[in-house]
Design a protein around this ligand. Sequence first.
Ligand code: HEC
Ligand code: HEC
Length: 348
Amino acid sequence: MRKIYTIGLLISISVIILSVFESCRKTDANAPKGPTPLVLTIPSGFPPPSDLFRNNPPTKEGFELGRRLFYDGRLSADGNFPCASCHQQFAGFATLDHDFSHGVADQFTTRNAQPLFNLAWHKEFHWDGGINHLEVQPLAPITAPNEMAETVENIIRKLNADTSYKRMFREAFQTDVIDSRNMLRALSQFMGMIVSANSKYDQVKRGERTFTSAEQRGYALFQQRCGACHTEPLFTDLSYRNTGLPVRPSLNDVGRMQITGKSADSLKFKVPSLRNIFQTGPYGHDGRFWSVSAVIDHYRFGVVNGPTTDPLVKNRIQLSDFDRNDLIIFLRTLTDSTMLNDKRFGPY
Ligand code: HEC
Ligand code: HEC
């Protein structure tokens, strides 16, 4: 009797366990899938990226949300100035043909908009490196009165009123709450995933194509005269340097010193990447040069020496007109039409 009872109990326990398993299996199959991971592929020859994504691993859903936010005018006070109004894909995500970019209420920025690509390799942002994480960077343009002139609270209110955003935040971050933290994480995923590594230069490096003899001559000159600051493969060593540009009194921009307060950093600016350089003009932190050849002529003839002028340009850079042309021919191989036309980075 007791034995039968025990067996009966065992059977009913097993049935309960089995049905629990079964129901688990069922709910798993019906549960909403988590976001799909996206991998930042490190192009051959690139150094390891920063720890940008350590606490914010990119996903397809997070990236898509970031892309939508990047192109959404609602992030600005009057609805007309999304990030993409100043960071245009066809211009390497800089502003085409503008020294300063146009913001809310007919105001202008006081620096040239920087291109946005390979940012997962940068540790500091803006011309003076005043921002030390990509995830907080958007707060600067959002709140700047001459850029987007908006508050985070207002943006969150606008996004909350849109049910499609509610769905996208849920899919990306598994939460029904739309908050600034996840908004910033999504923007960071989008920007951090923009990689430029398929120019002719990259293809030559991968052994898929070869340089013409003029490109090869330009490349050799580039390595000798420019590569110490515009270091391959990012074409920037991410340092701050004074290249002897005469100060514009109307702006009186002291660059890096504004952040560190050290006179040794006076007039130093973040070395810009030269990838996609023919798309990102005008040039320099204040957009004062309207052509690449004008920038090269600055190194040849225009350097003004002061206490912080970089030793590499102090005596100017000796280049013939012929050398300048070869350099320009080489720099043209840095145009990456794959990135410039990649639909994944285009308007939402
Ligand atoms: C009105 C034009 C304008 C708008 C709108 C704008 N930016 Fe910018 N962006 C700039 C300018 C100008 C700089 C250079 C700022 C500086 O050095 O002080 C810059 C710099 C940056 C940088 C630094 C890149 C680097 O290499 O250091 C990032 C990242 C960036 N912007 C992202 C954004 C995002 C995200 C948005 C939208 C939330 C946005 N920007 C909106 C003009 C704009
Ligand atoms: C001492 C380091 C250094 C050297 C050497 C150097 N550059 Fe630069 N380059 C910079 C810095 C820093 C800037 C930004 C200057 C600014 O706006 O204040 C810059 C800006 C530029 C720009 C404008 C890019 C933009 O997006 O605005 C071009 C083009 C350029 N350099 C090309 C060259 C070439 C070609 C050479 C070699 C002939 C060269 N550079 C040598 C540091 C250097």
